[in-house]
Design a binder for this molecule. Structure first.
Ligand SMILES: C[S@@+](CC[C@H](N)C(=O)[O-])C[C@H]1O[C@@H](n2cnc3c(N)ncnc32)[C@H](O)[C@@H]1O
Length: 208
């Protein structure tokens, strides 16, 4: 993929950002389906998707919670535009809301969500433990955090992705780094899943 396009993954902007988001909606499809298969979703759950990008996971979650509600949040204006467009009819029905904001300062009350999800986004969060604590604040007691990444921080992956890591100023977490960060943020029942023959990882944990 060309460098100008890749750079946009951190915070999509303008025409290129818009193009990249369309591409990610497709290229992350299998990863997202695999990740979500590990989640127990109730039909009345209230779900937040952080770093919602092109909005395809907001749409997917909305279809899974006929009696619930889904929020998408992203700090990029163009991600908010794209997600809003893709979920237009559900927004009109009051089933979906898309908001612009940062994971570091979530514009939601304490104890709001059953599930908070983040696909391909924690690489870019400015302070993982602090941001995880902010996620914990908006989760209901017993609520689940779920993250899903196509890259895990193992030596061969870090070597393979060294250019992207610099270009995007991203941090790729190992299973152990995730476990320790979730623990430090106060989550319990931490679990990871790996898909064989890929570098994919998803992690789930619970608020007490
Ligand atoms: C690689 S894209 C992934 C988009 C989508 N989740 C997917 O899987 O296709 C990363 C997204 O996370 C958003 N993002 C990164 N850091 C963020 C932060 N600190 N707060 C909110 N959104 C953030 C970016 O703007 C971008 O839309």
């Amino acid at each position: 993929m060309d460098k100008k396009l890749i750079v946009n993954a951190r915070k999509p902007e303008g025409e290129l950002g818009s193009k990249l988001l369309e591409r990610m909606n497709e290229s992350h499809e299998k990863l997202a389906q695999w990740g979500i298969s590990h989640l127990n979703i109730e039909n009345n759950d209230i779900i937040l998707d952080i770093g919602c990008g092109g909005g395809v996971n907001v749409k997917r979650f909305n279809e899974m919670v006929p009696n619930g509600k889904v929020y998408g949040l992203d700090y990029s204006e163009v991600s908010v535009e794209k997600s809003t467009k893709l979920n237009e009819s559900a927004i009109k029905e009051g089933k979906v809301e898309i908001v612009q904001g940062s994971v570091s300062e979530l514009p939601f009350e304490n104890d709001t969500f059953n599930i908070v999800a983040g696909f391909e986004t924690i690489y870019f969060w400015s302070n993982l433990i602090k941001d995880l604590k902010e996620v914990k604040r908006v989760l209901k007691p017993e609520g689940m955090i779920f993250i899903c990444n196509e890259a895990v921080g193992e030596d061969y992956v870090l070597e393979k992705m060294k250019e992207e890591i610099v270009l995007l100023n991203m941090k790729i977490y190992s299973e152990e780094e995730l476990r320790l960060s979730f623990f430090d943020a106060g989550f319990i029942d931490f679990f990871t899943f790996r898909k064989e023959k890929t570098d994919w990882i998803s992690a789930i944990a619970r608020k007490k």
